[in-house]
Design a protein around this ligand. Structure first.
Ligand SMILES: NC(=O)c1ccc[n+]([C@@H]2O[C@H](COP(=O)([O-])OP(=O)(O)OC[C@H]3O[C@@H](n4cnc5c(N)ncnc54)[C@H](O)[C@@H]3O)[C@@H](O)[C@H]2O)c1
Length: 248
């Protein structure tokens, strides 16, 4: 790995049971962080070094448990990666109201609930340990329209705005940034056929789908002091997908 930039840091990661969240947990642990892994399904499977919290990130009660655990176990919190997500694919006129509400709640409201519960701990390390770091998992859907994702795209766009807002509000004590992944091969792609995968890969400058570990590397950078002068920013991790689209 080469660098140990998260040694001794305490991090919360949501959506930790699968895909990008699981890769971030592994990366954070490999860099020496203490990790609280949160997911609606068992988040700590195969990762006995992480503390697991099973809960719905769109419920305030989950965040009370997470904050209490960080306080009791470590007395501090340095990094919050809000990453859990659900997507229901349907055009707006066919999307059930419950599915709209659920996607906004899990993808967007959860970030607010997380910050509301955890900001006190995140701020407390400044200036001795540097600024706390919040990383929000947005998406290229925040920037480009793709059919069938009205609530998901609205939530991901909201996370970009929320990140900027929080960066201004809580700087310099806490930095807040968003990662915008492009097509990353995770279990979220299980229902997507070969032809669509091939088309997505061909739509990138990299010529392939991304790996969860490649997003985890970007999250680790934003979580660490190596990004100490980066806040309110969006970091694309999309293999050049948006660059190709912008060039069309
Ligand atoms: N994979 C991609 O191509 C891609 C592209 C752009 C953005 N993203 C974003 O990256 C993040 C991770 O995506 P992924 O592909 O790893 O997804 P994934 O589907 O593999 O994992 C999502 C995780 O979130 C958990 N989760 C869902 N609802 C929850 C809830 N209410 N409370 C707690 N946990 C809950 C799931 O159980 C799952 O473990 C998401 O925010 C996603 O929108 C992914």
């Amino acid at each position: 790995m080469g660098r140990e930039s998260l040694t001794g840091r305490v991090a919360v990661v949501t959506g930790a049971a699968s895909g990008i969240g699981a890769a971030v947990v592994d990366r954070f642990l490999a860099e020496g962080a203490h990790v609280i892994a949160v997911d609606v399904t068992d988040p700590a499977t195969g990762r006995c070094e992480a503390l697991g919290v099973t809960g719905d990130v769109s419920a305030a009660a989950t965040w009370e448990r997470v904050e209490a655990l960080a306080r009791a176990e470590f007395g501090r919190l340095d990094v919050l990666h809000s990453n859990a997500s659900v997507v229901v694919r349907a055009p707006a006129h066919e999307l059930a109201e419950d599915d709209w509400d659920r996607q906004i709640a899990v993808n967007l409201k959860a970030a607010y609930l997380a910050v509301r519960a955890c900001m006190g701990l995140l701020e407390a390390g400044f200036p001795e340990r540097g600024a706390g770091s919040v990383v929000l998992s947005s998406s290229v859907h925040a920037l480009a329209g793709l059919p069938g994702h009205p609530a998901y795209a609205a939530a991901k766009g909201g996370l970009v705005s929320l990140g900027r807002q929080l960066a201004v509000e809580y700087g310099p004590r806490v930095r807040v940034n968003a990662v915008l992944p492009g097509p990353i091969l995770t279990p979220a792609w299980d229902g997507i056929g070969e032809e669509d995968r091939r088309r997505s890969a061909a739509g990138t400058a990299a010529g392939r789908l991304g790996r969860p570990e490649e997003v985890a590397a970007a999250v680790a950078f934003l979580a660490s002091e190596e990004s100490s002068y980066i806040t309110g920013a969006c970091l694309l991790v999309d293999g050049g997908w948006t660059a190709v689209k912008d060039s069309a």
